[in-house]
Design a protein. Structure first.
Length: 254
């Protein structure tokens, strides 16, 4: 399952808590096999999901081993927990000859904690408390995302869904002005050092936008897919904002 670079926006729409996903090409991968035994790499939430799925299918005997590996940093707002849980759920279901739909995965994950919408393909608006898909949102072009980390870890469960930002509209395509407004509104909840300055500097580099994890420590700078100078621009950001750690250059998964 894919992870994320925070969210494109988070808040409320018509009174319902909503986040707009920012899926990236980094993954959590679960392997279920009879070639090994026991569980390896599963945290408390993915263990809870394993138990939930076995109970869901009334699997009295489960003789497979389960392993989980992830490219996603923990406590950063990269949807690591959601990706772990969804990966385990689907892998176990497939081993039993079953298959979960994205909406079923959303419901299962949300029953354990507020979830990101990584089980839906592309960019979507969804309710993190229920896993409900609200709307699919088009990406009109492809983007590279430079992922930076402010450091430390955040208890995402405590901070999830606290943003009071009210979406004025929820359009059919990605609206980066909404992304900026949501990120700045979140400064009153989980402030990120020099965010306005980072946004202004990104503009001088012809970046498209800057987004943040509303309940995490990462920020993403969006460059167009054809921008061959992205690596040089990342170096410029690192020199100017030396308190940021560069994590990876990836792509928006559309």
């Amino acid at each position: 399952m894919r992870g994320t670079c925070g969210e494109l926006a988070q808040g409320f729409y018509r009174g319902e808590p909503i986040l707009i996903t920012c899926p990236i090409e980094k993954f959590s991968t679960a392997t279920v096999s009879d070639e090994f035994a026991g569980v390896d790499g599963l945290g408390s939430k993915s263990l809870a999901m394993l138990e939930k799925v076995l109970k869901h299918f009334a699997a009295q005997e489960f003789t497979f081993g389960v392993r989980l590996a992830s490219q996603l940093s923990r406590g950063k707002g990269m949807a690591s927990s959601s990706a772990d849980m969804a990966a385990v759920a689907q892998a176990v279901a497939l081993s039993l000859g079953k298959n979960f739909s994205p909406s079923e995965l959303g419901t299962l994950c949300a029953e354990i904690e507020p979830t990101d919408g990584i089980f839906y393909s592309g960019v979507v608006a969804m309710n993190p408390l229920t896993g409900r898909l609200v709307k699919r949102i088009r990406a009109q072009e492809q983007f590279q995302i430079a992922v930076f980390d402010y450091g430390g870890e955040v208890d995402t469960l405590k901070l999830n869904c606290r943003s009071q930002f009210e979406f004025p509209t929820l359009g059919e395509a990605i609206d980066f002005s909404l992304t900026k407004k949501s990120a700045l509104a979140n400064q009153t909840i989980l402030p990120k050092r020099g965010l306005s300055e980072l946004m202004n500097f990104a503009e001088t580099l012809n970046a498209v936008a800057v987004n943040v994890a509303h309940s995490g420590t990462v920020a993403g700078i969006f460059f167009r897919a054809e921008d061959e100078l992205a690596a040089e621009k990342i170096s410029a950001v690192r020199r100017r904002f030396d308190f940021l750690q560069f994590l990876t250059l990836t792509r928006l998964a559309v």
